[in-house]
Design a binder for this molecule. Structure first.
Ligand code: HEC
Ligand code: HEC
Length: 298
């Protein structure tokens, strides 16, 4: 606190003391001085107009208030440079309570930061935090319950484009993902597209698998153009985010037309990187929360 110069210090102290004495004298006068105003007006014979003091308990109230202010001023800083016998300051009091709050906050934060995924999953407070982070940052695309919508994948099923291990999920969130399914319209004739699509569909629905002849052309072309990314058994490659085409779970639709569309025009799903928007702890919490929310079907 800034120090007052001596003159003002004296000025302020003087004013306070004078003010208090004035109040005291005033109160004593009101209640105990003899009433000198005999010349009161009388109305209607017995209705007198004078000045009577307020009820007597007011006297005690004011006396106690005065007494209290004096005691307060002795112990606490209340005028000029005087700090009070307790040497109490607002700034110090604030700093102390702030330190206490900070202490608890950082204790909790450190606990979360040093927790592994398993204990985070078991910590209801951490999971509530994670679900809030999800609602604020991810729900617009992946849906309220993380079950996906439109072209945004379900995050709690068993089908993962980029892998379901914690490191892979963390990577998806922090670094983002750019899927590149090339457009084959310029390379393949419509007939070839139809053949491949029919083959893919037959594998995913386990339909006509024994009829090897029926999809022989489609299979041959699949192996020529698609195998590099979607693997020979159509299960896809998580390293490339190439979808599993064998499980009948589709991001862009599983009817023949949608599959043909995927082949002809390609698909480019983009998961934006969140490493600049979320800190490491938030990403860790999200990963744990997604792992916990997963619907186990296996
Ligand atoms: C360069 C690698 C690559 C090649 C080659 C490739 N794909 Fe893809 N494919 C992908 C990726 C990556 C995705 C996921 C796209 C996304 O998530 O936006 C995908 C998605 C698809 C989908 C959509 C899956 C869904 O869930 O809706 C179909 C269908 C598909 N590919 C079929 C094919 C066929 C048929 C071929 C061969 C003609 C082929 N792909 C060749 C990388 C490839
Ligand atoms: C602007 C829309 C958008 C937002 C916001 C978004 N995502 Fe995504 N995310 C996508 C898309 C699109 C894909 C699919 C990319 C692809 O096709 O490969 C994806 C893919 C993912 C994947 C990989 C899924 C898989 O099958 O491997 C994970 C994990 C993921 N997102 C988590 C999150 C989390 C957690 C958040 C919130 C921090 C989030 N996303 C926010 C659009 C979004």
């Amino acid at each position: 606190m800034a120090n007052l110069p001596f003159f003002w210090q004296t000025w302020v102290t003087g004013l306070i003391v004078l003010g208090l004495i004035f109040l005291l004298v005033l109160v004593l006068r009101i209640y105990f001085a003899k009433d000198e105003h005999e010349d009161e007006i009388v109305w209607d014979g017995d209705l007198k107009e004078g000045s009577a003091p307020a009820p007597f308990w007011w006297f005690w109230l004011i006396t106690i208030a005065l007494f209290y202010s004096v005691i307060y001023m002795i112990f606490y800083p209340s005028y000029g440079n005087y700090n009070g016998l307790f040497n109490w300051t607002v700034a110090q009091n604030y700093a102390e309570s702030q330190a206490k709050i900070d202490d608890e906050y950082y204790k909790k934060l450190t606990l979360l930061q040093t927790s592994d995924e398993l204990s985070l999953k078991k910590n209801p407070q951490a999971m509530r935090l994670a679900s809030n982070i999800y609602a604020q940052n991810c729900a617009t695309c992946h849906g309220k319950d993380a079950q996906g919508q439109d072209i945004f994948p379900n995050l709690i099923d068993q089908d993962w484009l980029w892998g379901d291990k914690s490191e892979q999920i963390t990577h998806s969130i922090a670094q983002g993902r750019k899927a590149i399914m090339p457009a084959w319209g310029a390379v393949l004739e419509d007939q070839a597209v139809n053949q491949i699509a029919a083959y893919v569909k037959s594998v995913s629905t386990k339909d006509g698998q024994n009829d090897t002849k029926k999809h022989a052309d489609g299979k041959a072309k699949y192996q020529q153009f698609c195998l590099g990314c979607h693997a020979s058994n159509l299960t896809g490659k998580t390293l490339l985010g190439a979808a599993d085409l064998s499980d009948d779970i589709w991001l862009y639709g599983g009817d023949l037309d949608a599959i043909k569309h995927s082949i002809k025009f390609g698909r480019r799903g983009v998961m934006p990187a969140h490493k600049d928007r979320l800190d490491a702890l938030q990403i860790k919490l999200l990963t744990a929360w997604l792992q916990k929310s997963r619907i186990k079907t296996r």
